[in-house]
Design a protein around this ligand. Structure first.
Ligand code: HEM
Length: 321
């Protein structure tokens, strides 16, 4: 009877105190092993396929793709991303000594905080920059996103890999498609003339220290496959990437809701066609816009006017002599 009770007791303790009896716990040992070939890049791509589709299909993103968003909406998009990148890049810097983060940490090539500040200052004007980037203006979806990243780091800094992957590879992929929509429909640049290559207001999409984006993406994926993960961490990293895409969808939905309820801050740049801004713009700003667009017609007209004026001056001088 005592032996019987002892066996039950040992069985119970074995179940609930696995660390005390490591010899029996093969499963626990196994899960702590770093995988030789984790294929993390593939796992993340496959694991986020469905939620990526959802991100592409959110109302705001579909409107963005159609070239249907206003510059006030785009301004809020930049503001939300500014806070997110500032937090994410701060956390990556803080954890750069972690072996997982060190493997995928490319601040010179990827960091976007300054680029977002430059674009914000273009869209809202330098004077309003401090106001639109003030921490008190963070929206609920932005706060939840940042809290999720901070929480992820307390569980395991490796989970930051998912946030870095989702945003940066996204910027180097779909982000480049969005940049073209932005140029055409918001900045009204013309593909046929040199204004198309303008970077004003488009810093977010330009990675100055990456000369070949596809090569960089391949290299980044190879690095993902070098991140030291156990089977369990690998699953958590994929799950975190799914969560990260959901947090992004929440950002987009929030911008849409703010727009629907007229809660967006007005942007203030000169190079776009938000009607009220255009109608209030000064002659100087119109000139700046004309010169920036470098349209051949304007160049010809200006050239012709200058030649006519010079000819007239020469004619008057000769007549006087
Ligand atoms: C307009 C919406 C979007 C479009 C059209 C789009 C398009 C694309 C395309 C074409 C690729 C494949 C690129 C390649 O294989 O080299 C891609 C990859 C990716 N996109 Fe998007 N995307 C969109 C939105 C998003 C969003 C909102 C995020 C996250 C914030 C995101 C994150 C990613 C990531 C992480 C990859 C890399 C997948 C991988 O190769 O592992 N995308 N996207």
């Amino acid at each position: 009877m005592t032996v019987f009770l002892d066996n039950i007791l040992v069985g119970v303790l074995d179940r609930f105190l696995p660390e005390t009896y490591p010899i029996k716990n093969d499963k626990c040992q196994e899960s702590k092993e770093i995988l030789d070939d984790p294929q993390l890049a593939l796992a993340m791509r496959q694991g986020t396929k469905v939620v990526h589709r959802a991100a592409e299909n959110s109302v705001f993103t579909r409107r963005f793709l159609k070239g249907d968003i206003t510059k006030d909406e785009y301004g809020q998009y930049l503001r939300s991303l500014y806070f997110v990148y500032k937090a994410m890049e701060g956390l990556l810097e803080k954890h750069k000594g972690d072996p997982a983060i060190a493997t995928i940490y490319f601040p010179d090539e990827l960091n976007r905080e300054q680029a977002l500040l430059d674009d914000l200052s273009y869209f809202y004007g330098q004077e309003k920059l401090a106001q639109v980037t003030h921490l008190d203006t963070m929206t609920p979806a932005v706060i939840r996103y940042i809290q999720a990243m901070e929480k992820a780091c307390t569980i395991d800094p490796t989970l930051l890999v998912s946030h870095s992957y989702t945003r940066y590879l996204g910027d180097l992929s779909g982000g480049q498609i969005l940049a073209k929509r932005l140029k055409k429909h918001i900045l009204h640049l013309d593909k046929e003339d040199s204004s198309w290559d303008s970077r004003i207001g488009l810093d977010f999409y330009h990675f100055n220290n990456i000369s070949h984006q596809n090569e960089f993406k391949s290299m980044y994926r190879q690095q993902l496959d070098q991140v030291p993960v156990t089977a369990r961490t690998k699953d958590l990293v994929v799950a975190e990437a799914v969560q990260c895409l959901e947090l992004n969808i929440a950002l987009f939905d929030e911008i849409q809701a703010m727009s629907d309820s007229n809660q967006l801050e007005r942007t203030d740049c000169i190079n776009t066609t938000n009607d009220s801004v255009d109608s209030n713009s000064t002659d100087d700003s119109r000139w700046a816009r004309l010169l920036k667009s470098k349209k051949p017609l304007y160049a010809w007209t200006t050239g012709l006017a200058t030649i006519t004026a010079l000819t007239y001056v020469i004619y008057l001088r000769r007549k006087r002599n």
